[in-house]
Design a protein around this ligand. Structure first.
Ligand code: NCD
Length: 360
């Protein structure tokens, strides 16, 4: 069965088809208003969310389907100690598709391994956020008209920003992508994205320290919030939280045809004066999220009916003496065995969260 726990769960062609379907949905809303009649979506949100959950809900409603679920895990059996696997086994009896957000990394992948219905990862810890990626791809397509030959600047929290990790994975499959990373030292992009995604796919990337030095070459500026909730050291958060602020003066250095994206919520990293700039695409991006989720739900339900198989068989190995050191990974929080995949440079990485394995 097909799930979407990571952008690479679908091919580049399937990704383009979902974006194209979203464009058709935008142009012909009526045509899709009953295509999911009689179908149910469960939104299982173990972590706070406004736009992602509401966007999934609105998407399913506009397809003529129904939605149930929880937005506070404390009000569900999770508070009694139920595992993700059991919750998903149970909920799969009631619905046709599940969207899950979890603070534990790898929870949606673990869920997908036991689920009888498609699982959509709506964000797992600092790891991945593939439906935001589809939103971003649709937004770039609508703003600039193409996904090839783009220079994209990622600014802010590149360490914990799951939207950044997933979008880089997706963009590494397009021709001529160039990536510029703008982040404080303590919030740099994780090594596995640099090596296993950028270098492996021959994607040019460089790290710079100011926005000013690169503004003029960017087609897309992807701003992010410093992810306060993921810091164990609050003093470090205070030190870096306002490291990069996009304002009108910096926008004046940018190309005339470019777009500023932000997954939202914004804190201080974009001043309000930028909102009026026609290149500020972040509020249009929100609506795109609903359209692309409509396209995704419809597609995954169709694939489930057709019995379309997963692209991966998650060929993983258990290696004697190796553990995943990430305290926020599912394998360190629930009864899930350590599993690893052999990655670039001969290193073993956790199947669930991509962290480099360590000796016990
Ligand atoms: C993002 C997320 O949850 O990762 N928000 C979203 O889904 N729109 C970004 C963030 O929280 O900063």
């Amino acid at each position: 069965m097909r799930h979407l726990t990571d952008p690479t769960d679908i091919t580049r062609k399937e990704t383009d088809d979902i974006v194209a379907l979203a464009l058709d949905i935008i142009a012909n809303r009526e045509k899709y208003s009953e295509v999911c009649k009689g179908k149910k979506l469960a939104t299982l949100f173990y972590e706070p969310s406004t736009r992602t959950r509401l966007s999934f809900t609105a998407a399913m409603m506009e397809l003529g389907g129904n939605v149930l679920g929880f937005s506070d895990a404390n009000s569900s059996s999770v508070s009694k100690g139920e595992t993700v696997e059991d919750t998903v086994r149970v909920v799969g009896n009631f619905v046709d598709i599940i969207a899950m957000r979890h603070h534990i990394e790898g929870a949606p992948l673990d869920a997908s391994m036991v689920s009888r219905v498609p699982i959509i990862n709506a964000g797992d810890g600092a790891h991945a956020h593939p439906t935001q990626t589809l939103t971003d791809l649709l937004t770039i397509t609508r703003e600039l008209g193409h996904l090839d030959n783009l220079t994209i600047g990622f600014c802010g929290d590149l360490l914990y920003g799951r939207t950044v990790h997933s979008l880089i994975k997706a963009l590494s499959r397009y021709e001529g992508t160039k990536i510029v990373l703008i982040a404080p030292d303590s919030l740099r992009l994780p090594d596995y994205i640099k090596h296993d995604v950028c270098e492996k796919n021959g994607i040019e990337y460089r790290e710079v320290s100011t926005l000013e030095e690169v503004m003029g070459e960017l087609d897309i500026l992807y701003m992010t919030r410093v992810q306060q909730e993921r810091f164990s050291d609050k003093a470090e958060y205070e030190r870096v939280k306002d490291c990069y602020i996009l304002d009108a003066a910096k926008m004046a250095l940018a190309k005339e045809k470019m777009a500023v994206l932000h997954p939202l919520p914004r804190v201080n990293e974009i001043t309000k004066e930028v909102d009026a700039d026609p290149r500020a695409a972040y509020f249009r991006q929100v609506e795109n999220g609903k359209f692309v989720r409509k396209a995704l739900i419809y597609t995954l339900l169709k694939w489930a009916e057709e019995g379309k198989e997963s692209l991966h068989n998650h060929e993983a190995v258990e290696v004697e003496g190796l553990v995943c050191p990430n305290k926020k990974c599912i394998c360190n929080n629930e009864p899930v065995d350590y599993k690893f995949q052999l990655a670039e440079g001969g290193v073993y990485r956790c199947l669930y969260c991509s962290t480099k394995a360590e000796e016990k």
